[in-house]
Design a protein around this ligand. Structure first.
Ligand SMILES: Cc1cc2nc3c(=O)[nH]c(=O)nc-3n(C[C@H](O)[C@H](O)[C@H](O)COP(=O)(O)O)c2cc1C
Length: 232
């Protein structure tokens, strides 16, 4: 009988970039962060993306048959990444406060803090379990700035970013992945604080009266200034 051993740290040595993939179907616009865009052929130019079936953006891509992908620059703020990577287009208009343009097929792409964009037509889809791998034929591409592209390693090491559960690279056993680091333990109902703090970026709630000045959101890495006081 064969045995297998998987050291999840090995996956961290895989190199990739950070992108915002976006789509529009009728009047509905959606977009999310991915780190799984790959160029797979050059003639014709084709790319793949691995995108979670539960992401709102996935449905909009499949319904419209098109997607755009913008390459994030190192200068992209954690607020931009938080908006597209930790919130859902199902209840948030992510483009309202985000500079964007439309390609010739009418698909929106993020144009702030981005290096280049690719507009693609969906030509195939592979079901890989939690995610679809979507194959796109590139029909539009242009350079947007001469900034340096952000790598996934830079996002983690320099920006201090976290990996949300729907990302392809999420590993539930790693402390990085679970909102437990600074979380308060569950308390009996009668003792539970009635005041809490909600992260405006990812919605994470901390049940406590006061947040320390150096508090960082265990889910998306935002600082204390991105938390709002709420009544529980
Ligand atoms: C750094 C980073 C990388 C991510 N990579 C992926 C990915 O490759 N595929 C994916 O489906 N989701 C990925 N996500 C998660 C989605 O961006 C996230 O689930 C988003 O809230 C979905 O938004 P939507 O519901 O508007 O589509 C990533 C998020 C971050 C912050």
């Amino acid at each position: 009988m064969s045995t297998s051993s998987i050291d999840t740290k090995a996956f961290r040595s895989l190199s990739c970039g950070v992108y915002i993939v976006s789509a529009k179907n009728g009047t509905t616009m959606a977009g999310c962060i991915i780190n799984t865009l790959l160029q797979v052929t050059s003639s014709p130019a084709r790319v793949t993306i691995a995108i979670n079936k539960e992401n709102y953006t996935t449905g909009v891509i499949l319904e419209s048959g098109r997607f755009e992908a913008s390459v994030l620059a190192k200068s992209a703020s954690m607020e931009l990444i938080g908006r597209f990577g930790f919130q859902t287009s199902a209840d948030t208009d992510k483009f309202a406060d985000t500079a964007h343009e439309f390609d010739d097929a009418g698909t929106p792409y993020v144009s702030e803090n981005t290096v280049a964009h690719f507009g693609a037509r969906v030509i195939d889809k592979v079901d890989v379990g939690s995610h679809f791998v979507i194959v796109g034929e590139v029909e539009f591409a242009s350079v947007l700035s001469n900034e340096e592209p952000m790598t996934y390693a830079y996002y983690h090491l320099v920006k201090g970013g976290k990996t949300p559960p729907k990302a392809s690279s999420f590993i539930s056993s790693e402390s990085d992945a679970e909102p437990s680091a600074n979380a308060q333990p569950e308390q009996p109902q009668e003792d539970a604080p009635r005041i809490g703090w909600r992260c405006k970026i990812c919605g994470y709630i901390v049940k406590t009266e006061e947040l320390p000045d150096d508090f960082k959101c265990p889910m998306c890495g935002m600082g204390r200034d991105m938390f709002e006081r709420i009544e529980l």
